[in-house]
Design a protein around this ligand. Structure first.
Ligand code: BTN
Length: 330
C-alpha cells in the first residue's frame, strides 16, 4: 500500500507549481493539519524544498537529486508511463523484477529502476556492468496491442527514444548501431534488451530494459570494455542529474510510442535510419563466421538490417547473426 508520505508527494507533484491548501490535503489524505506539518518537516529532512504560505498552502519548490520513486514522479509529465515505479537501491536485475511484476498483472507502463545491479543482463547472455549510481538501469513493462512478430520494432523504437533525448535535450551526437546499441565517439554508451512473453498471436507483455552509462569516468569502466564503452559524462565532460534524465526518457518514450501506435512503424524507421551508424557505408560484418563486405542501407519492417552485397543483392540480416568486424560489440 502506498504510504501517506508518498501520497502527499504525489498530490503536491500533480499540482506542480501551484499551492495546495492544508484543507485540501487534509480532505484528500484523511489526515490532520498537524500530521501534514509533521510530514512536511520529514520531507524537508530528505532534501525536498517546500514553500508554506499562510492562507495559500504548500508547494514543492525542489526535490532532492537522489533517484527514488518520488523524485522521478515529482513533475513527471506522462499519462501512463511511470505511474507505478519500483525503485531498488540494489537488485540482481531490473529485468527479473519486471518479469515477476508482469506475471502478477502489473500495469502497462510500470517502471523498475535500480541504483545498482549485481547480475545485470545484456543481449546474448552477456553481463551488463551496472555500477552504483553511475547509470540508468531501468526496465519497463509494456502491454502493446500488436502481433508478437512485430515486437522487435519496439527495440528499434526505444533506441530512437534514447537517441532523441541525447540529441535534443543533451545536445550530443548519438548514433544507433544495429540492432540496439547507442554509440558516441564510436563507443557504446547504452544498450537495450527486449524480452517478451507471448502466445501464438498475442503479446502478454514485453519488458524493455535499458542500460545507459551516465556518470562513469574512464577509470570507472571495467578494464575489459574500456576500449569499447563510454559514458555520457565522458563524451560531454559534465556530470548529469540521473533523475532528470530518467524523466526525459519516460516522456520521450510515451510520445514516440503514441506516434508509433497512431501512424505505424514508418515514423520509427525513418528516424532510426537518420541515426543509423554507418548507413550508406561499405562495412564489414561477420555472419555465420564469415566476413562479408556489405553496404548497410537501412532497416526492414520486421526489424532486420537491410544489407546490400557488392553485387547489388539486398538481403535481410537478423539480430544475433552478425558481429561488427571492427570495434566489436559487447
Ligand atoms: C545490451 O546492449 O546488451 C543490452 C543491455 C541492457 C541492460 C539493461 S540495464 C536494465 C535492464 N536490466 C538488466 O539486467 N538488463 C537491462
Amino acid at each position: 500500500m502506498e504510504s501517506t508520505r508518498n501520497k502527499l508527494i504525489h498530490l503536491l507533484s500533480v499540482s506542480n507549481d501551484i499551492f495546495i491548501s492544508g484543507q485540501e490535503i487534509s480532505d484528500k489524505l484523511n489526515i490532520s493539519r498537524s500530521a501534514i506539518w509533521k510530514h512536511m518537516k520529514e520531507l524537508e529532512k530528505d532534501g525536498y524544498i517546500i514553500e508554506a504560505i499562510r492562507n495559500k498552502g504548500y508547494r514543492i519548490v525542489d526535490a532532492p537529486k537522489k533517484v527514488s520513486q518520488n523524485t522521478i514522479q515529482w513533475g513527471l509529465n506522462t499519462e501512463w508511463l511511470g505511474k507505478t515505479i519500483y525503485h531498488k537501491e540494489t537488485t540482481t536485475s531490473t529485468q527479473h523484477i519486471a518479469h515477476q511484476l508482469a506475471q502478477v498483472n502489473s500495469a502497462h507502463g510500470t517502471v523498475v529502476i535500480a541504483d545498482e545491479q549485481t547480475a545485470g543482463k545484456g543481449r546474448l547472455s552477456r553481463q551488463w556492468h551496472s555500477a552504483k549510481q553511475q547509470g540508468i538501469w531501468l526496465s519497463m513493462i509494456i502491454r502493446p496491442n500488436i502481433l508478437p512478430h512485430l515486437a522487435p520494432q519496439l527495440t528499434l523504437l526505444t533506441a530512437t527514444v534514447l537517441a532523441d533525448v541525447l540529441k535534443h535535450e543533451l545536445k550530443l551526437d548519438p548514433k544507433i548501431k544495429w540492432p540496439n546499441d547507442i554509440i558516441m565517439d564510436d563507443k557504446k554508451i547504452a544498450g537495450i534488451l527486449t524480452e517478451m512473453q507471448a502466445e501464438q498471436d498475442q503479446i502478454q507483455y514485453i519488458v524493455i530494459g535499458m542500460g545507459i552509462n551516465v556518470n562513469q569516468q574512464q577509470i570507472d569502466l571495467p578494464a575489459d570494455i574500456q576500449d569499447k564503452a563510454t559514458s555520457i559524462s565522458i563524451v560531454s565532460e559534465k556530470k548529469w542529474d540521473i533523475t532528470n534524465l530518467i524523466q526525459l526518457i519516460l516522456v520521450q518514450f510515451e510520445e514516440t510510442y503514441a506516434a508509433y501506435m497512431r501512424k505505424g512503424f514508418s515514423v520509427i524507421k525513418e528516424k532510426w535510419e537518420r541515426y543509423g551508424y554507418r548507413i550508406g557505408e561499405i562495412t564489414r560484418i561477420k555472419t555465420h563466421k564469415e566476413v562479408n563486405e556489405i553496404k548497410i542501407i537501412g532497416i526492414a519492417e520486421d526489424g532486420a538490417l537491410l544489407a546490400e552485397s557488392l553485387d547489388g543483392k539486398v538481403s535481410k540480416v537478423y539480430s544475433g547473426e552478425i558481429d561488427w568486424f571492427d570495434k566489436g560489440s559487447f
